[in-house]
Design a protein around this ligand. Sequence first.
Ligand SMILES: Cc1cc2nc3c(=O)[nH]c(=O)nc-3n(C[C@H](O)[C@H](O)[C@H](O)COP(=O)(O)O)c2cc1C
Length: 162
Amino acid sequence: MKVLIVYDSQSMNRNTEKVAKAISNVLKERGFSVDCIFVKEANAANIRNYDCVLAGGPTHAFRPTKPIMKFLDEVAKDKVSGKLAAAFDTQIQSRFSGNAAKGIHKRLENLGFKTIMPPLVTYVEGKIAEIHLKDGEIEKTRNWAIKIADTFSKSKTNDNKP
Ligand SMILES: Cc1cc2nc3c(=O)[nH]c(=O)nc-3n(C[C@H](O)[C@H](O)[C@H](O)COP(=O)(O)O)c2cc1C
């Protein structure tokens, strides 16, 4: 199982990057091959090299940021068949926040990816200049990633069934 984690992150504290790296660490600990790449350094054509894409970014103006959606716009639909995916975001904990993860999840499904997990929403707090992840969010992220690793392991077992 080869996994691409592609993420946007814009604030000084690079919160979504921390979430992306926490996911990456869990999957690597479980023995999976992972490339964790900042969206501006990622090439959508390389999706063909991966079995699974985990895409995420901060919530800005209630939705995903432009760089991550531009990246997904550049993914060729015919190269997606059979690939797995899931979405994650960072956002402020309020019912008025909007939800980047939901938007990314929907886009992944529209492209033809098979989503394997409900989107991961992680919460940030503080003034915009020093906005940071709330306590417990990295642990929540690690638990989400463990479930993804379990899904991979199960699909491997099923692959080996006659
Ligand atoms: C221009 C701008 C718009 C934002 N809009 C929202 C929003 O609509 N909803 C929300 O929950 N957070 C919003 N935020 C806060 C971001 O969610 C927060 O900065 C982000 O999660 C931090 O992640 P990062 O460190 O990876 O950039 C906004 C932040 C900026 C700078």
